[in-house]
Design a protein around this ligand. Structure first.
Ligand code: GLA
Length: 359
């Protein structure tokens, strides 16, 4: 039996929080950890999926691609099959086995890694190809229809374009992607706050709805059309909560523009300050932080070599991202671990990563 492998790395949002579905800018990168999907064709119309790490399996057939009530991981694969079917790709019976070393619910986009790895595996199995933007849309539709999360295109776009030792500057209005070299003087730490984020719980969709409401009240097609000055001038016209949501998103795109120039000049101290500002804006304006994420960022500020820290991804749990001076990594980690454990009341899980490539 011929088997084929599809691999996809996880991603980290470096700066540009909740800007993707507002047609804004994001700086992002791939991480070392990845998901693998191994598949083989069947001669019938049956579907057999296995999640190796969870020791779970799901089976069904091609005629029924409706969501599974209890196996979320299988839903992401079903969502991909549905997306391919909608695009006229003929589906066949398959056996798929998923394995991953990406922590689930830590904000590294294990779900988009699964949908991209599945697509890469199926392209080899069924001998077809699709442009990256179409692949990203299939991943996004899978989240929308099968997980109920109205996410943007950030996760699959980053996973598809990630480049070793580079940050990606993604523009969700033009859908353009630029890669910017990341210096060897700095590195990243990703720390899990210990609370799994559950985007499905409606907070994410509520934030998206608030941004759409802000655009409607401002008379624009998306918040990308609004400059910080214009937003300030409209302050009295928006309800306070809606204004603060918009302020975060408009501020984030502005910070990404500044951060990209600083990165090109190698000014990592200036870059880091923008990460700190981003977290503050999440905390106060977008209200998508929770106390453990704040504590991790505060612990970072007390550690030698800290350049900047912020929550990364949807928020409400998951991970924080810390930019540090590479030569002070050991000192940073010694203080950071101690300080964070003291504040959170338990040891923290973290890993060190530089920007990684796409598989
Ligand atoms: C999640 C979503 C992305 C993006 C981020 C927040 O990761 O899947 O589309 O909106 O949150 O920036």
């Amino acid at each position: 039996m011929n088997t084929h492998l599809g691999t996809a790395h996880g991603r980290v949002e470096v700066l540009g929080n909740h800007t993707d579905y507002n047609q804004g800018l994001v700086l992002a990168m791939g991480v070392e950890y990845a998901t693998e999907v191994v598949g083989s064709n069947r001669t019938d119309e049956r579907l057999f999926f296995k999640a190796k790490d969870l020791k779970e399996s799901w089976e069904g057939n091609l005629q029924d691609l409706s969501p599974s009530p209890d196996k979320m991981w299988a839903n992401y694969i079903l969502g991909v099959l549905r997306g391919l079917k909608d695009r006229g790709i003929p589906l066949k019976g398959i056996n798929l086995e998923v394995s991953s070393n990406l922590p689930m619910g830590a904000g590294l986009s294990s779900s988009a890694a699964l949908t991209v790895a599945t697509q890469r595996c199926l392209q080899k199995l069924w001998n077809f190809s699709l442009p990256p933007i179409e692949m990203a849309k299939i991943s996004q539709e899978s989240e929308h229809r099968y997980a109920g999360v109205k996410c943007g295109l950030l996760d699959p776009m980053t996973i598809l374009h990630a480049k070793r030792d580079h940050l990606l500057l993604l523009d969700f209005r033009s859908l353009g992607v630029e890669s910017i070299p990341f210096p060897s003087t700095a590195t990243f730490i990703i720390a899990a706050c210990g609370e799994k984020h559950a985007l499905v719980d409606g907070e994410y969709n509520e934030r998206r709805a608030s941004c759409e409401e802000a655009s409607r009240l401002l008379g624009v097609s998306s918040l990308r059309e609004v400059t910080p000055d214009r937003l300030l001038a409209s302050k009295g016209k928006l309800p306070d909560r809606i204004y603060r949501r918009a302020l975060h998103v408009v501020g984030e795109t502005d910070r990404v523009t500044s951060a990209s120039s600083l990165l090109k000049k190698g000014d990592m101290a200036g870059f880091g300050k923008l990460l700190d500002e981003s977290h503050e804006s999440s905390r106060i304006n977008f209200e998508n932080s929770i106390s453990p994420l704040d504590q991790l960022c505060e612990s970072s500020k007390k550690s030698p070599g800290h350049l900047g820290a912020r929550l990364s991804g949807g928020g409400f749990g998951g991970s924080t991202l810390h930019l540090i001076q590479a030569h002070r990594q050991t000192e940073f980690l010694a203080t950071f671990q101690k300080e964070a454990a003291r504040r959170l009341g338990h040891p923290i899980e973290f890993f060190v990563t530089r920007p990684s490539g796409s598989a």
